[in-house]
Design a protein. Structure first.
Length: 428
């Protein structure tokens, strides 16, 4: 089939008529399909249904600590050790929380807003015109946190190796730039794994702000779609890199079990160096006596070591992989004939990033909604929800069944073609 740019006006009009007929047939199906958010499917959640049966063996830790009672604010040693192994760091660098790592990120920034960081000249709330770097496309909830805190959001282009480091290194010359969001493994939504060079440049770069922070959200560190074990553990330990580069305080790392066990009943953690940990504990000890240690113990018994985590995540992968493959297959069948569109083919994580013809993504999402397919709003993956190219659409294939993904992606493809043809006809 010809590419659309190679077609005459008459050919485009004929194509438009055929596409409209297909679109109307889709609307007549009265579908209700949702690909808005990266949620585990019920089948994935079922993988962990036996987690609390481990508590039949009692509530005591290996150190004979009663998890039902107060205390052990950083979390029990068993679970801190597991998360330390997952992140490639030391258990003493880990502080456990409840189910939401986003909550931990919000709290960390709030502490900086009120008290400043250990190396801050003053609390961040007193810095007028404070700014935060947002690699884009990125995670909309990250952006919302810093926007809520009054930061100006500065968009940084993403590359195949992570954020554009030339741009980052230039921007951090401004002392009002206080931090950067990073999802280093299978970034949301492009599925990028940061290169070692990108990690090293982030660790060693000179910043005008002495209290500049990297918020290293390692949300998908074990969420691989491939069974190739060589794909595991490719990221360097960012805490060590920052220390080796003379910026030991620079990074806070976050992770959770939300897409490993139960999204609404998991556990989370942050990791940082010794000095940052001591500083954070000063305020955390006033905030809480402990988190849910019973849940921590259940997780530690259910997934007692890194090998068991790997095995568990391969069960997730076997459920997710056919869904991602269906997405790729339909996009290829429908749109592979032209380069007006492109999309990612991630090796892990929870999203496929689709790039419609520039200037059409908002219309594509609107047409999909009319045909019964709910997608994340166009531009949601950019600061303030504004994609300057009006091109990116985040697809979340994890929750629906394979046959529903095929229907939804086919409708998306039809809408992408209709809007592209309309735009080309406008320009003739």
């Amino acid at each position: 089939m010809k590419g659309y740019r190679e077609m005459t006006k008459e050919e485009l009009l004929a194509e438009r008529k055929e596409l409209n007929e297909r679109y109307e047939k889709c609307k007549a199906l009265n579908l209700t399909l949702d690909m808005t958010r990266g949620k585990p499917s019920p089948v994935q959640l079922d993988l962990s249904n036996e987690i609390y049966e481990t508590l039949k063996d009692g509530f005591k830790t290996a150190k004979n600590e009663d998890t039902r009672n107060y205390g052990i604010a950083p979390g029990i040693e068993e679970i801190r050790k597991i998360f330390a192994d997952i992140l490639g760091t030391d258990k003493d660098n880990i502080f456990m929380g409840n189910s939401s790592s986003l909550n931990q990120m919000y709290d960390a920034i709030m502490r900086s807003m009120v008290f400043g960081e250990i190396d801050s000249p003053k609390p961040w709330s007193q810095v007028e015109g404070r700014k935060w770097l947002c690699p884009a496309p990125g995670y909309d909830r990250h952006f919302r946190v810093t926007e809520t805190m009054g930061f100006e959001l500065i968009s940084v282009p993403m590359t195949e190796n992570g954020p554009d480091m030339d741009a980052v290194e230039e921007l951090v010359k401004d002392e009002k730039v206080k931090g950067i969001w990073c999802v280093p493994c299978y970034s949301n939504p492009d599925g990028v794994v940061y290169s070692e060079e990108t990690c090293r440049r982030l660790a060693k770069m000179e910043t005008a702000a002495p209290d500049f922070r990297i918020f290293w959200d390692n949300a998908y560190v074990v969420h691989h779609l491939t069974e190739d074990r060589n794909e595991w553990g490719k990221l360097p330990d960012m805490l060590s890199l920052c220390e080796q580069s003379g910026h030991a305080n620079r990074v806070y790392e976050f992770a959770s079990s939300s897409k490993i066990t139960f999204a609404g009943g998991g556990i989370s953690c942050f990791a940082c160096n010794k000095d940052n940990m001591a500083y954070a504990k000063k305020y955390l000890n006033a905030q809480t006596i402990c988190t849910n240690k019973v849940n921590q113990l259940a997780h530690a018994r259910f997934l007692p070591d890194l090998e068991s985590v790997y095995a568990h995540m391969m069960k997730h992968a076997s459920i997710l992989r056919p869904k991602f493959e269906a997405c790729q297959r339909v996009l290829g069948e429908e749109l592979g004939f032209d380069n007006l569109w492109h999309w990612t083919d991630p090796k892990g994580g929870y999203f496929v990033s689709f790039y419609a013809m520039p200037g059409t993504a908002t219309k594509v999402v609107s047409m999909c909604k009319e045909a019964g397919v709910a997608l994340t709003p166009a531009g949601a993956s950019y600061p303030y929800g504004k994609d300057p190219s009006d091109s990116n659409i985040r697809l979340a294939p994890s929750f629906p069944e394979v046959e529903d993904i095929e229907k939804a992606v086919r409708i998306l493809s039809i809408c992408a073609k209709i809007t592209a043809v309309d735009k080309l006809l406008e320009d003739l």
